[in-house]
Design a protein. Structure first.
Ligand code: ADP
Length: 263
C-alpha cells in the first residue's frame, strides 16, 4: 500500500551513519581547504620575494646621485635576474594549474621516446657544459609510446635540469631509455649532492625544497617535481627515487606504452 514514509527512514542507525559520513566529509573538506590556503599563501610568498628584491635594488639605485655606469649596470643585472626568477615561478605555476585539471586535457599522440629524450638533452647540454657536468644518453632500444609529448618532455626536462643543478663540479648525469612489452622507462642518474632520507617523502610537494637557501641560490622554484609527478600520474605511470647523500640520485620514471583512460 501507499505510505508517506521517506525512502530512507529516519531510524536511529541510519541517522548515526549519515552523521558519521557527513562529519567525515566535513573533515575532508577542511583538509582540502587547509591545503588550498597553504598553497595560496606559499604562492603569494614566492611571488613577493623577487618583487621585494627588485624594489630594494631599484630604491637604492634611485637614492644615489650620479651613479657610475658600472654600478648602474650591476644593479640592473640583479634586477633582470629577479625578473627571470619571477617569470620562472609564474610559468611553473601555470604548468601546474593546467595539470590540476583532468587527464582529458592530455594530448595523446604516438611519440618516438628516444628522440624526445635526445631533444631535451640537446637543449640542456649548454647548461651542463656551463656547470662542468658530463651529460650522456643511452637508449637500449627504439621506443614508441602513446603519450602527451609536451608533458613528458617537461618531465624529462625537469629531472635532467635538477640532475645538473644539484650536482657537483665535474659531476655526471646519465639518462637511460629502455622498455619492455608494457612500459617504457626513463632513468635520470646523477653524481650530485643527494637527498636526505627524511626529505624523500616531501620532494614532490609544491614549493618543497630540501634546503631553502641552497635551492634558492641554485635557482629553483620548488615546483618542478610537483609538475613532474602530476604529468606522470596523468599518464598512469610511476616515479621512484633512490638517493644517497653526497653520492647521487636516480629518478626512475615508468609509463605505459599504450595510453588507457580507465582506472
Ligand atoms: P626546485 O625548483 O627547487 O629544483 P623541485 O620540485 O624540482 O624544486 O625539487 C624539489 C627539491 O628536491 C629541490 O629543491 C632539491 O632540494 C631536491 N632535489 C630535486 N632533484 C634533486 C637531485 N637530482 N639531487 C638532489 N636534490 C634534488
Amino acid at each position: 500500500g501507499y505510505t508517506d514514509e521517506p525512502i530512507i527512514g529516519p531510524n536511529f542507525l541510519e541517522t548515526e551513519q549519515i552523521i558519521k559520513a557527513f562529519n567525515a566529509l566535513l573533515k575532508r573538506m577542511k583538509v582540502l581547504d587547509d591545503s588550498r590556503q597553504e598553497f595560496v599563501s606559499n604562492v603569494s610568498h614566492e611571488l613577493k620575494t623577487p618583487i621585494t628584491s627588485m624594489k630594494v635594488l631599484a630604491d637604492s639605485l634611485l637614492a644615489q646621485e650620479n651613479v657610475p655606469n658600472e654600478v648602474y649596470k650591476d644593479f640592473m643585472v640583479d634586477i633582470v635576474s629577479e625578473i627571470d626568477r619571477e617569470d620562472k615561478i609564474i610559468n611553473d605555476l601555470l604548468s601546474l594549474v593546467k595539470m590540476d585539471k583532468t587527464s582529458a586535457d592530455l594530448n595523446i599522440t604516438s611519440v618516438d621516446v628516444v628522440e624526445l629524450v635526445e631533444i631535451v638533452c640537446k637543449r640542456l647540454r649548454p647548461i651542463a657544459v656551463k656547470h662542468n657536468i658530463e651529460l650522456t644518453l643511452e637508449s637500449k632500444r627504439a621506443v614508441t609510446a602513446e603519450i602527451d609529448e609536451v608533458k613528458i618532455s617537461l618531465v624529462v626536462m625537469n629531472l635532467v635540469e635538477n640532475a645538473i643543478k644539484y650536482n657537483k663540479d665535474k659531476g655526471q648525469v646519465k639518462v637511460e631509455v629502455d622498455a619492455d612489452q608494457q612500459f617504457f622507462v626513463v632513468k635520470v642518474m646523477d653524481t650530485g649532492m643527494g637527498i636526505p632520507k627524511e626529505s624523500l617523502d616531501h620532494i614532490y610537494e609544491r614549493f618543497y625544497r630540501v634546503e631553502k637557501s641552497r635551492s634558492r641560490q641554485i635557482g629553483g622554484t620548488g615546483l618542478g617535481l610537483a609538475i613532474v609527478r602530476n604529468a606522470i600520474l596523468m599518464h598512469r605511470g610511476t616515479i621512484d627515487v633512490d638517493s644517497e647523500v653526497d653520492k647521487g640520485t636516480t629518478f626512475t620514471v615508468k609509463i605505459p606504452l599504450i595510453y588507457t583512460n580507465q582506472k
